[in-house]
Design a protein around this ligand. Sequence first.
Ligand SMILES: NC(=O)C1=CN([C@@H]2O[C@H](COP(=O)(O)OP(=O)(O)OC[C@H]3O[C@@H](n4cnc5c(N)ncnc54)[C@H](OP(=O)(O)O)[C@@H]3O)[C@@H](O)[C@H]2O)C=CC1
Ligand SMILES: O=C([O-])CC(=O)C(=O)O
Length: 251
Amino acid sequence: MKVGVIGCGNVGSILAERQTSFEIVAAYDSIPERVAAFSDKYGAKPFSDIDVFLQEPLDIVVEVASIDAVKDLAEKVLLAGRDLILLSVGALADDAFREELLATAKHLHRRIHIPSGAIMGLDNVRVGKISRVDKLFLKTTKPPRSLHSDAHVSQCLFSGKARDCVALYPKNTNVAISLSLACGREADVELWVDPKAEQNMHEIFFEGEFGDAYIRICNLPAPENPATSYLAALSVLSLLESLESPLVIGA
Ligand SMILES: NC(=O)C1=CN([C@@H]2O[C@H](COP(=O)(O)OP(=O)(O)OC[C@H]3O[C@@H](n4cnc5c(N)ncnc54)[C@H](OP(=O)(O)O)[C@@H]3O)[C@@H](O)[C@H]2O)C=CC1
Ligand SMILES: O=C([O-])CC(=O)C(=O)O
């Protein structure tokens, strides 16, 4: 499988270092020096023009850049006839943008894949779309360095709805939108900074017709970007690995 990557930062580099059953053949980033260095190190062809990038023979494009990148480039990817894996899920909090993008994908018979990213449980949270939900709550706790904070005591930075949280913390709470989209109901979110925390912790409280669930994910931050959990990169890798498998596991 030939993969094109948008975003040559932390996750892009982890994907390139660990590519196995797929090959990253093309890379695009907003910073030309960064894409050149990525290309030198991993052998992917470098691009700073998205239209030229999309002319490459790619089986799939993986976005690991930013919410702005999704807003600017996702439709172009679909129009170029490529499927898309999208990690900066917060872009889909914008209802009008999301609906237009999904309409384009449907019209062109293309698929947009959302990896589980930094959390677990997205599989069965999907029962929220077909059964009663009483509660969907995400509590995220991160160390100050993950949030560019100088907090000396634990404090709640945000309490409210998922889309308002990702608007304020676009590099830290994309998972709130993944959960909301999977469940079909906007998650309630609290974001905490805790100087005693060493991991990026996500706690999911889900209640409904099925019973109730509590999932706690204690993530090691990625070495190159502590806002991002290492699991997020592994999750994109595992999604890429699974795309061509005849066995589909999970809801
Ligand atoms: N869904 C989930 O569970 C998770 C999602 N994420 C999201 O995944 C994305 C990637 O994370 P990570 O690799 O750690 O981030 P990095 O900041 O380390 O890397 C992103 C790279 O993409 C570049 N970039 C940003 N915007 C654009 C653009 N519009 N066009 C081209 N290149 C662009 C950045 O450049 P520059 O430095 O100039 O911005 C940077 O080189 C982020 O949006 C992050 O918030 C992360 C963790 C979990
Ligand atoms: O990596 C994480 O812990 C979560 C994250 O940054 C996000 O959802 O944007």
